[in-house]
Write a protein that binds this ligand. Structure first.
Ligand code: NAP
Length: 290
């Protein structure tokens, strides 16, 4: 794509941003779909988020993604916020409007599209959710809204899980999320669970780590989904597979949260064929590393 006087800019704000794969997603889509846009990473120092959003608005940036650690802080810089993003308390996508930016959370819908594409069912499932951070909060909302029967939310810090559980249960007006201390995983009733790994444990370079290494825990899991995608196969995924379950990493979630942002910015729908092309390009970063 030739950059010229009509090129529109989108980008990512975060700290750090050096390892992001989002430019691969958006610049590939722009090329495939013939849109005259370019996507760039912008490293924003702490305390400068408001300046960054104001500056982006003044420069006419079409849209921004927001990553760690600014997904909550950025809410104070918005003209408008999507009701679901407000409920989740985290925004990862800003869309330009007349008066400023409107904030959305595409992580949750991205995870849903990823799970759908892997034919993972949520409705009626007994679930285990590891973690109670920003991503796990979105997962808990998604699964409660999509009809999970019961979700055991395990976290190292119990009060965070209690806080998220109370919010989500209130949001869906039903007792679905049950907070637990991570170390008490042994008291989860026997059953056949869909488990989602939403902590940051096991992320490269700490690839040998996992929050639980007891095989008895993994025997209860029929499907494990790790939000982490680097490494390609986490320890959590390895244990799930070794105990007979299916396991998936978070790369498709990353792909689809990006695609949804792209669709919002450009008011288009991305075909599954184009999604697959971008996915193969992303996957090559992990599988061809040697
Ligand atoms: P976060 O808000 O910082 O939450 C981190 C979570 O990990 C908390 O529950 C924290 O527990 C737990 N944790 C951290 N270190 C731990 C340890 N040593 N032992 C036990 N628990 C520990 O992070 P986040 O934004 O939710 O992200 C979580 C993970 O999801 C990251 O790996 C991120 O890369 C991934 N993610 C993937 C996608 C995707 O598109 N695939 C999107 C978003 C996030 P405490 O509450 O006790 O501190």
């Amino acid at each position: 794509m030739e950059i010229n006087g009509r090129t529109r800019t989108c980008g990512l704000i975060g700290h750090p941003v050096e390892h992001t794969l989002s430019p691969v997603i958006h610049n590939t889509l722009a090329g495939l779909m013939g849109h005259n846009i370019v996507y760039l990473p912008f490293h924003v120092e702490s305390g400068r988020v408001q300046d960054a959003v104001k500056g982006a608005d003044a420069l006419g940036l079409l849209g921004l993604n927001v990553t760690v650690p600014y997904k909550s802080e950025v809410i104070g810089c918005l003209e408008e916020i999507d009701p679901l993003a407000r409920k989740i308390g985290a925004v990862n996508t800003l869309v330009r409007t007349e008066g400023g930016y409107k904030g959305y959370n595409t992580d949750m819908e991205g995870l849903y599209r990823a799970m759908t594409s892997e034919k993972i069912k949520i409705a009626g499932e007994q679930m285990i959710l590891l973690g109670a951070g920003g991503a796990a909060r979105a997962v808990a909302y998604l699964c409660a809204l999509k009809g999970a029967e019961r979700i055991y939310m395990l976290n190292r810090t119990l009060d965070k899980a209690q806080e998220v559980a109370a919010e989500v249960n209130h949001g869906v007006d039903k007792e679905v999320v049950f907070p637990m201390l991570l170390s008490e995983y042994g008291s989860i009733p026997n059953g056949d669970y869909l488990a989602i790994q939403g902590t940051s444990v096991g992320l490269a370079p700490h690839v040998e780590e996992t929050v639980i290494s007891d095989r008895a825990f993994y025997e209860k899991i029929h499907t494990g989904f790790d939000l982490i995608y680097n490494p390609w196969e986490t320890k959590f995924m390895q244990y799930v597979r070794e105990c007979g379950g299916r396991a998936y990493n978070g790369l498709k979630m990353l792909l689809y949260q990006g695609i949804i942002a792209y669709e919002l910015w450009n008011k288009v729908s991305v075909s599954e064929e184009n999604a697959q092309i971008v996915y193969e390009r992303l996957k090559a970063y992990f599988t061809q590393k040697g």
